[in-house]
Ligand binder design. Structure first.
Ligand SMILES: NC(=O)c1ccc[n+]([C@@H]2O[C@H](COP(=O)([O-])OP(=O)(O)OC[C@H]3O[C@@H](n4cnc5c(N)ncnc54)[C@H](OP(=O)(O)O)[C@@H]3O)[C@@H](O)[C@H]2O)c1
Length: 255
């Protein structure tokens, strides 16, 4: 039996690949950017409203010897995903790895979620990853190699603490992972998600709240961005792992 396209060796060498990473101005995005740069990946890093952190990460990536492009784009705008992919390809070459990490999560109880917040959250957290995947997948299939990774959340399973708009957007994202994974697996393209619980040192959760943990996390502490990044590199390096959303939640939610 001949090997399927893109199956390669058991461990995928990421060095020399080009990645498009959204939300690089945030806590998890920065950690993933540095971990990928250390693995030898060239990076297009995107931000929306925080140019300084994004350019700071860009400088760190450059110091690690990788090529880097820092791109601005509001992912609530449906035209942005296609623009970001085109700019990445123009500046760095075809996208081998997509990390759809950017996410919006304004905390609101269900009574206070209006249509504008619902639509904005779904646009960034669900529609944009779909449009990004739709834009990069044809080239990945043509080349017989690709990696798509989406940042989901434990809220997709538990409902979480941010609000119904956020939980629903992340549950939808998991469906997107499963849809694309099944269709692209035979072409050397893996599609997975990581679903963290509470990760500190991020814009969403700068530090552990005073007065105790908002959720009963068995490990007894919040997660750290580098723990998400370590898992991201492991997932992206594994050509046999696809169609999975990996929970990274300190034991909060068994599945
Ligand atoms: N921290 C947690 O506890 C936690 C838990 C579960 C899942 N997650 C997920 O992890 C991912 C990264 O979040 P984080 O924790 O690193 O939070 P963060 O520090 O707040 O980062 C969020 C990132 O998303 C970008 N973003 C937000 N709205 C955007 C928009 N309209 N257009 C383009 N980019 C936009 C931000 O860019 P600008 O700042 O430039 O606008 C920023 O780079 C998100 O998908 C989040 O849902 C986080």
């Amino acid at each position: 039996m001949s090997a399927p396209r893109g199956s390669g060796s058991p461990r995928t060498a990421l060095a020399g690949r080009v990645a498009l990473l959204t939300g690089a101005s945030g806590g998890i995005g920065r950690a993933v950017a540095l971990a990928l740069a250390e693995a030898g990946v060239d990076l297009a890093l995107t931000f929306s409203r925080s140019p300084d952190p994004a350019h700071g990460v860009g400088e760190e990536v450059r110091r690690l010897g990788r090529r880097v492009a820092v791109l601005q784009g509001d992912l609530a705008d449906a035209a942005t995903p296609g623009h970001l992919v085109a700019e990445t390809e123009r500046l760095l070459g075809p996208v081998d790895i997509l990390v759809a990490n950017a996410g919006a999560g304004e905390q609101r109880v269900w009574q206070e979620v209006d249509v504008a917040l619902w639509d904005a959250t779904l646009a960034v957290n669900l529609r944009a990853p779909f449009l990004l995947a739709q834009a990069v997948a044809p080239g990945m299939v043509e080349r017989g190699f690709g990696r798509i990774l989406a940042l989901s959340s434990v809220a997709a399973y538990t409902g979480g603490v941010v609000g119904p708009h956020y939980a629903a957007s992340k549950a939808g994202l998991n469906g997107l992972v499963h849809y694309f994974a099944g269709r692209l697996a035979g072409d050397g393209v893996t599609v997975n998600g990581i679903a963290p619980a509470l990760i500190e040192q991020t814009g969403m959760l700068p530090q552990a709240p005073e007065g105790g943990m908002p959720l009963p996390i068995p490990v007894g502490r919040l997660g750290l961005p580098h723990e998400v990044a370590d898992l991201a590199v492991a997932v992206l390096s594994n050509g046999y792992l696809t169609n999975q959303v990996v929970l990274l939640d300190g034991g909060l939610h068994p599945r």
